[in-house]
Design a protein around this ligand. Sequence first.
Ligand code: OAD
Length: 248
Amino acid sequence: MDDPEAVASTLRRARGVVVLTGAGVSAESGLPTFRGDGGLWRGHDPTRLATPEAFERDPALVSEWYDLRRMAAAVSEPNAAHVAMAELERHVVAAGGRFALLTQNVDRLHQRAGSERVVELHGSLVVWRDHRSGRRVTPEPTPFRTHPMPGPDGGWLRPDVVWFGEYLSEEALTVATSALTWCDLFLVVGTSAIVYPAAGLVGRATAAGAVTVEVNVAATPAHVDHRLVGPAAAVLPRLLEAAFGNAA
Ligand code: OAD
């Protein structure tokens, strides 16, 4: 199961690489994960913060909580795991292969590390939208002066993230699903892989014939072909080095 050489060799030969990431990737940038010790859902009740009903009930509280997370993301830096995934994309694309990075993260650290083919399955904290009209805006990266902030069309600004009880964007799901048709290596990095529909992508990748590899500090219930256990910021650079040498 834990066979870095076999994974490196699969990576070297792969023509289509898809990566699914979660909050664990940003842990070493200082951003908390959701579950586990110190996780956001340990100290906060998601039904009070991450649902449309919560926003209807107390828009100021929800706005303040997401604004704090927006600011924390803005002042954090991509870590070696983000950088390794951007390098992996460049390497695969330069060799004529296909690549997609499907992320559940809303912090934009992948893009800031240089990743280009990113699908934000759960939206983004950087973008907000008027809760009435849906019109999107990108506020300055400074704390909001009031909560909630008035939107451009008479509603309140809400983060452009996917809340519990909401659907993922059709476009994001279409890109993710079509990536499974050409993917021969599916990497699952830093996610508990229990929140659907993102979690279901792992099984679908297997069904589509891809080799699946999990990179995580602890094994999750996901059924994968290989597990590389350790912090993503250490495991991924090592994997790239083993697969491509210094040329990575
Ligand atoms: P979780 O908090 O559920 O899981 C984080 C995973 O990262 C766990 O499996 C940890 O073991 C692992 N991990 C922690 N530090 C790591 C490190 N340095 N290197 C590698 N792995 C590490 O976060 P997600 O799986 O992203 O959705 O959660 C999925 C969704 O649930 C989120 O997008 C969010 C949440 O509710 C919404 O808000 C809609």
